[in-house]
Design a protein around this ligand. Structure first.
Ligand code: ARG
Length: 459
């Protein structure tokens, strides 16, 4: 049953109907449509459009429908209705007859869809926030388990300076923490309710829009009906939160893939998140991480797609806006599953300590420390840099680490080197010295773990 037709002398071409209908995907907003309809029934009852009895009857039927949908959620997608709003209205009329036809008084599908989608966005943000917190907690636990473990720190994928593994893991917690806050900010901006804006000009019925907004979980009603029916900033914002977070996830995935490779061998991913090759029996592929990395493209694509859909959209509602849903639903599902999968990758993740340590020791990652040592003996940093450069070249030729050189060998490059140089070249001492806020020292890591544990427990 279409919600319109009086003005038409002919039905739609089937090909147009298939092209135009959105039920197959907007059925995901069935519960939101029912919540919104219940809110609307109450509001128009207050305005004198429905009697108390009629309102109760409608609400009861809508709740029944909610239960039926919960019992068989996949059934709706196959129905012939144009969209979820038409479906809910048809089913309501089937249940309560003529009375069902009163519910749409003063409402348009334009404010209805704006409301449903905003409610969906809010619910989805809450679910994703929980997944972010879960991932952060998993990472903090991992950092805590491996406290004090030395790890090679890289710039340009070249070993640069030793760090701790905890410090490395906690760097990603910072990113996901910003993702969490970004999402809360987005949620905060989604706190106005568009219902009552009608098609574009605002409803003519005297309803209390602010009370309706609060009833539906918002802070207040929107301030301009034209904007309210055509605003999809919350979709853009969620997609941009999702994209930034997926970029973070893709970086984490890429790091772990590299560290898990045969060449690095720092980690071993568990069998739970890897798969084999159909041809090569020895293979254990990091598929979970590769998919996380790959799916980043899909989410960023959803954001760019939606930005282009919104660009130059005439005020107010245009059917272009129906293009907001599929990619938003897909992007949020993708983001959610990638967050969960990233957390799963840390379950039973094995750190190969001896590999990590020898990698941290190699690559002359204590060279900067030797330069600082020379500075402490009164040599200017630029000169110290040059001396250490030459010393490293010599050590490479001899196939030795810096700490394996004798004092005599050091003296070839600088007279100030003494026996105390060996303590200063020890990786444990190097990391322990970075004992300032944000530094890699195990003491700082412990403080940060404590801070994050408290913060995450409070959510
Ligand atoms: N399915 C439509 C959408 O998703 C619902 C709103 C339709 N409004 C209209 N005037 N045709 O945008």
């Amino acid at each position: 049953m279409a919600l319109w037709g009086g003005r038409f002398t002919q039905g739609p071409d089937q090909r147009f109907k298939d092209f135009n209908d959105s039920l197959k995907f907007d059925c995901a907003m069935a519960l939101e449509d029912i919540d919104g309809s219940i809110g609307w029934a109450k509001a128009i009852c207050e305005a004198g459009v429905l009697t108390l009895e009629e309102k109760d009857k409608l609400i009861q039927a809508l709740n029944e429908l909610r239960q039926e949908i919960a019992d068989d959620p996949h059934k709706i997608a196959g129905e012939a209705d144009e969209d979820i709003h038409s479906y809910v209205e048809r089913r309501l009329i089937e249940k309560v007859g003529q009375l069902g036809k009163k519910l749409h008084t003063g409402r348009s599908r334009n404010d209805q869809v704006a409301l449903d989608l905003k409610l969906w966005c809010r619910a989805s943000s809450v679910k994703i926030s929980e997944a972010l917190v879960h991932l952060e907690k998993t990472l903090v636990e991992c950092a805590k388990r491996h406290q004090g473990q030395i790890f090679p720190g890289y710039t340009h994928l070249q070993r640069a300076q030793p760090i701790t593994f905890s410090h490395y893991i906690l760097s990603y917690v910072q990113m996901f923490e910003r993702d969490y806050k970004r999402l809360q900010n987005a949620l905060d901006l989604m706190s106005t309710c568009p219902l009552g804006s009608a098609a574009l000009a605002g409803t003519a019925y005297k309803i209390d829009r602010d009370a309706l907004a609060v009833d539906l979980g918002f802070k207040e009603a929107t301030f301009n009906s034209l904007d309210a029916v055509s605003d999809r900033d919350h979709v853009l914002e969620l997609l941009s939160c999702a994209s930034i977070s997926m970029v973070h996830l893709s970086r984490l995935a890429e790091d772990l893939i590299i560290y898990n490779s045969g060449e690095a061998g720092f980690l071993e991913l568990s069998d739970k998140v890897t798969s084999g090759s159909s041809l090569m029996p020895q293979k254990k592929n990091p598929d979970a991480l590769e998919l996380i990395r790959g799916k980043c493209g899909r989410v960023v694509g959803a954001l760019t797609g939606m930005l282009v859909t919104m660009k130059a959209l005439p005020m107010a509602y245009d059917k272009d806006l129906q293009e907001d849903k599929e990619r938003l639903f897909d992007a949020m599902d993708t983001w959610h599953s990638c967050l969960d999968m990233a957390a799963l990758c840390f379950e039973d993740l094995k750190l190969r300590e001896s590999k990590v340590e020898s990698a941290a020791k190699g690559g002359y990652s204590n060279a900067t420390e030797l330069a600082d040592y020379l500075v402490s003996k009164g040599i200017a940093f630029r000169e110290a840099h040059e001396i250490v450069g030459r010393t490293v070249l010599y050590a490479i030729e001899k196939n030795k680490a810096l700490e394996d050189l004798s004092v005599d060998e050091f003296e070839k490059f600088s007279q100030v080197v003494g026996g105390d140089v060996y303590e200063c070249l020890k990786l444990e001492n190097i990391v322990a010295k970075r004992d300032i806020k944000g530094g890699t020292a195990p003491r700082q890591n412990a403080l940060e773990i404590e801070r994050l544990e408290k913060l995450l427990a409070s959510r």
